[in-house]
Design a protein around this ligand. Structure first.
Ligand code: COA
Length: 195
């Protein structure tokens, strides 16, 4: 699957592609990125190659490619709900969880909201999801702003969540969601505003 927005192409990561490995290593070796998203800083190019072969090859995971640069500058995806969300049976039905990050030199240009809007559209219209969830550290203002812009409301918070990939680290997490009904309503009202 490939998606296109004004400034971006979302496409699968390319396993064993030197360009993709270098592009991932450039931002994933920056301590400002991984730990905020609950994964460790990449210490070597091999860490990045392994991530592309592993977690970034999972279904519905996309490289965020800036058209102007023709290389990945971030990543975005939809995955099964994490244990942090601890969903009820009802909440778990036709639901996926969004995750994203982008290199710090691209912050603040609205690129992840642009990518995420395309991904939400795909989740609801192509994949038939009933809801898309997201979680972020309560102190992660940047991610919180992205989810505000996407119309993802706060459902609950969970204290003292163990972030296993980071070792002995615990954080309080905000848990958010947008349902297909909310998304359709927001999409209709945005379309009406532009008429
Ligand atoms: C969260 C993240 C994906 C946001 O992506 P983005 O494309 O920069 O999103 P936006 O342009 O909408 O900016 C979001 C907010 O970041 C903040 N921000 C903008 N530029 C910034 C900068 N240079 N430095 C720090 N914060 C900045 C602002 O609060 C902004 O909100 P605003 O537009 O209301 O002012 C990005 O900051 C990131 O990759 N962070 C590290 C990984 C991470 O936290 N992932 C999410 C885990 S839940």
């Amino acid at each position: 699957m490939r998606m296109e927005t004004d400034r971006l192409v979302l496409r699968p990561w390319r396993v064993d592609d030197d360009g993709d490995i270098d592009a991932l290593y450039r931002y994933a070796s920056d301590p400002l990125i991984g730990p905020s998203a609950a994964w460790p800083v990449h210490r070597s190019r091999e860490d990045s190659a392994q991530a592309i072969r592993g977690v970034l090859s999972e279904p519905e995971t996309y490289a965020v490619v800036l058209k102007a640069r023709r290389e990945p500058v971030g990543s975005i995806g939809l995955k099964p709900l994490s244990a942090i969300i601890d969903p009820s049976e009802e909440e778990n039905r036709d639901a996926l969880e969004i995750g994203y990050c982008i290199g710090s030199s691209y912050w603040g240009r609205g690129l992840i909201p642009e990518a995420a809007r395309a991904l939400l559209r795909h989740a609801f219209l192509d994949l038939g999801m009933q809801s898309v969830w997201g979680t972020h550290d309560v102190a992660n203002v940047q991610s919180s702003r992205v989810m505000d812009k996407l119309g993802m409301g706060v459902v609950r918070t969970r204290g003292h969540v163990h972030l296993a990939l980071l070792g002995d680290i615990y954080r309080d997490e905000t848990i958010r969601r947008i349902t297909v009904e909310q998304w359709s309503r927001d999409t209709r009202s945005r379309a009406a505003e532009t008429v």
